[in-house]
Design a protein around this ligand. Sequence first.
Ligand code: PHE
Length: 341
Amino acid sequence: MGDVGAGPGMKQRLQTLTREVLERIDAAGSEEALEAIERTDLARKGELLGMMRGIKDLPAEERSAFGQAVNEARATLEAALGSKREAFLSARHAAETADTRFDPSEPSIAVGGGHLHPITRVRREIEAIFMGLGFSVVDGPEVETERFNFDLLNIPSHHPARDMQDTMWLESGQVMRTHTSPVQLRAMMRANGKVPLRVIAPGRVFRNEQQDATHEHTFHQVEGLMIDEGVSVADLKGVLTLVLSRLFGGTVEVRLRPHYFPFVEPGFELDMRRAGSDDTWLEMLGCGMVHPEVLKGGGMDPTRVSGFAFGMGLERLAMMRYGIEDVRWMMSGDPRFLQQF
Ligand code: PHE
């Protein structure tokens, strides 16, 4: 025994066999084909294991190395078979689950989260600031009577002041409120003469206006009203300076310019700028001391109490805050606009 030439010949054959079987595994097109390879090439009676049995015929010094080589070849082929089987298996699973209605292992489709409209954000900030100063947030109807929208606010019919606000009239004789000021009256009437009364009333208002980049037929205001004994213009200026400073961050400086509103006396337009700067003044809101006739109409005694009121547009504020150029985008509902906030 001990055919010396058999060593190199068998080693070569082992290498060739391993390569051939690897190629067959690689080319196998189905799980059945894989099983067939396993049954023949890796079977007990197959060529590879036959080589194991031939080891005893090798020279003693070659046996151990050759045995190891056969074992390695076998491990390599078994690993190749295993991973190919794995690939068939997961392909089969994928195919099986592809047409089921619900696959709980699928990651869900990302649904974009909703968010607040810029007007809502500004409104909530303002509400929070005023609530911190002891004001309550109140509400009033958007469809108003002529009495609340005009008469009780010292704007009688045929008074030229009615033309200051182009009005949408309903066939019923009611109006779409042109401002949030009627809520002043509703709040006073609810208070029943009791002071202090501190409220703000945010909401939608409507004007029969030609639309352009700074005018909308539907927009938002926040009305403010504070009534107590001895309320003065100093209180008006102090409260609004504080609120605007909190809203814009840092300290702002305000100035009051005389302006006519029928429901206040004196009436002002309030401008603001960063304190100590020489920035141009920005017109922010209308305000003034509540007219004695308006106090009376709301059930307050003007000889005992006084108050200030203001009305501020939210669109302007949001446009300044977020750098929005056209007010008509606000209510457009256009996702290309809304997604930016
Ligand atoms: N209601 C006024 C307007 O819409 C604003 C305002 C409110 C002015 C309260 C003074 C006091 O123009």
